[in-house]
Design a protein around this ligand. Structure first.
Ligand code: SAM
Length: 295
């Protein structure tokens, strides 16, 4: 390993990932993960946990349609005192992920736990990770000028879960919605609606209140088998722990998977002309201008 660089010597080494989702969509995300070849999925409220490898991180971010984020699980432990939170956080191998120059902001959440002050938890985790990284890299000062490693500490019923976010912006940000309209539906929810409707690319779909066109655009992405994350960036693209080759391979795989055959029957309309114009523009930005008819 190069000094100051984080990384798994073996990008196939087993790690634990968590796909977070809106409450109620866990079964859909589980199905998406199964379709991507992952097994032994542990489903709980708002999340699906599974075994993977660092090289899976690009594919997951590119393909998951209904998940909010993909997180690396760094550790989970019981903590009822701030000392316990500090020591156990410091004992985790943060240097496997975070480089010597990595930026690592901390988000803290506490639910029904003895350690209630989110601000204090945030400060303690920051100090513990900083001490761990300083010792690992043999430096006194961490510049935090490099790639982004957003750490989330969630303490629920005295169990602390520590994760790093691989996605950056939430996965609903596909990169095609320049204008959102008045009351837009999140792209991840629109994709969930389409998947729950049992629509498929040979069937008709009409959205008579299409707004910014989100439901139809998500349907077109599904119909054309286009990975929803193809047009955006992810936090983990800057990580040395995820091989660049894995990003290239995932992008190539997504390009090759696009199904350009046949016509889709997707129609949208709206009483508001501006909404129709926005929907049209968004469909064009998504590269699906020829697949949806708006009026
Ligand atoms: C909640 S928004 C739809 C948002 C859309 N799903 C999206 O993601 O952007 C509801 C839309 O219904 C449209 N609308 C309201 N009354 C309508 C009507 N009578 N006929 C057609 N469209 C109507 C509004 O102009 C608005 O764009």
């Amino acid at each position: 390993m190069v000094l100051g660089q984080a990384g798994y010597n073996n990008p196939m080494e087993e790690i634990t990932l968590i796909a977070t989702t809106k409450f109620g969509l866990e079964a859909l995300v589980k199905r998406e993960l199964q379709d991507l070849g992952f097994t032994e999925l542990l489903v709980s409220e708002g999340r699906v946990e599974f075994a993977a490898a660092p090289h899976d991180i690009p594919r997951l971010n590119l393909w998951l349609r209904c998940a909010d984020r993909v997180l690396v699980k760094v550790g989970e432990f019981t903590a009822v005192t701030f000392d316990e939170l500090f020591e156990q956080t410091k004992a985790l191998p943060w240097e496997k992920w975070i480089t010597a120059d990595g930026e690592f902001p901390i988000n803290a959440r506490s639910v029904k736990s003895t350690l209630q002050s989110e601000r204090t938890c945030q400060a303690i985790v920051k100090k513990a990770v900083a001490e761990r990284l300083s010792a690992a890299y043999g430096v006194d000062w961490l510049a935090e000028s490099g790639a982004l490693y957003t750490i989330q500490v969630t303490i629920r019923r005295d169990t602390a879960l520590l994760t790093i976010d691989t996605s950056g912006l939430g996965l609903h940000k596909r990169g095609y919605r320049a204008e959102a309209g008045a009351a837009p539906l999140k792209e991840t929810l629109a994709a969930a609606l389409v998947q729950l409707s049992f629509w498929n690319k040979d069937r008709l779909l009409i959205d008579p209140f299409c707004g910014a066109g989100t439901i139809l655009i998500e349907a077109a992405l599904i119909g054309r088998n286009i990975a929803p994350g193809m047009r955006r960036d992810f936090a983990a693209e800057g990580w040395t722990a995820v091989p660049e080759e894995a990003w290239r391979a995932a992008q190539d795989e997504a390009e090759a998977a696009i199904d350009r055959e046949g016509e889709l029957q997707l129609f949208g309309s709206d009483v508001d002309e501006t909404a129709v114009a926005t929907a049209r523009e968004n469909a064009i930005l998504a590269g699906l201008g020829g697949d949806i008819t708006f009026s």
